[in-house]
Design a protein around this ligand. Structure first.
Ligand SMILES: [Zn+2]
Length: 222
């Protein structure tokens, strides 16, 4: 059964929905799988730090990148991909569609297309997933992006990492909320992500101790 809620402009999707188009916020929940997702990169400072942690644990993640950031750091995009991670689309300029109504629908789809083309040029793989900035999309934008062949992906839960809580607080929050099929929201760009990087080993170890396997979105949603 499809369950999609719009709360304070946030789109929370639990399963695919015909009502709003192709929207995903959780894997099928049959296996102990988790997909880490990192938004707003690539960041010159924090993306390499995230990659170092992922390599250490032999874990792959999905990076929702912004085209503008990609244009500054194309080599980082290649490194993320070479490491075995998946790259997804987080628009070009990170507009807030809740405030900026003029960007909804076709204008946003055009940003998404521009970003996808750049990613494909760099890593030879066309991204299959889109997440709107602030996870505010609305059905007009979701439809426009679905029409480009991308699936809209939200998240199952976050650990509020953009508010920079102490790493231990984020790890505890994660441990309490973890469930099979989790799509976890984290950030490698858009601000100081020191605490996110510091929490990452604890997040990974907590899930691995409970028998979870880390997968990319493509693996989670196949
Ligand atoms: Zn973002």
């Amino acid at each position: 059964m499809a369950l999609v809620l719009l709360v304070n402009g946030m789109l929370l999707a639990q399963t695919q929905s015909n009502l709003f188009g192709r929207v995903v916020g959780l894997g099928n929940g049959k296996e102990k799988l988790i997909a880490l997702t990192f938004d707003d990169g690539p960041s010159k400072t924090f993306t390499p730090q995230v990659l170092t942690v992922l390599r250490k644990y032999n874990v792959h993640a999905t990076f929702f990148m912004c085209g503008e950031q990609i244009s500054y750091y194309p080599e980082l995009v290649k490194q993320v991909s070479v490491d075995g991670n998946e790259i997804a689309n987080h628009s070009w300029s990170h507009p807030n569609l809740y405030k900026n109504k003029a960007m909804r629908g076709a204008p946003m789809a055009s940003e998404v297309q521009k970003t996808n083309k750049l990613i494909e040029k760099l890593v030879m793989i066309k991204p299959a997933y889109f997440r709107a900035p602030y996870n505010y999309a609305g059905k007009e934008t979701i439809k426009a992006v679905n029409d480009l062949g991308l699936v809209y992906v939200g998240w199952t839960f976050s650990v509020l990492d953009w508010e920079k809580p102490a790493p231990g607080t984020m790890i505890n929050m994660f441990t309490k909320k973890l469930m099979p099929g989790t799509i976890l929201l984290l950030h490698d760009g858009g601000g100081n992500r020191t605490n996110t990087v510091a929490a990452l080993p604890g997040i990974i170890e907590s899930a691995q101790k409970r028998g979870y396997k880390f997968v990319t979105l493509g693996e989670l949603l196949k």
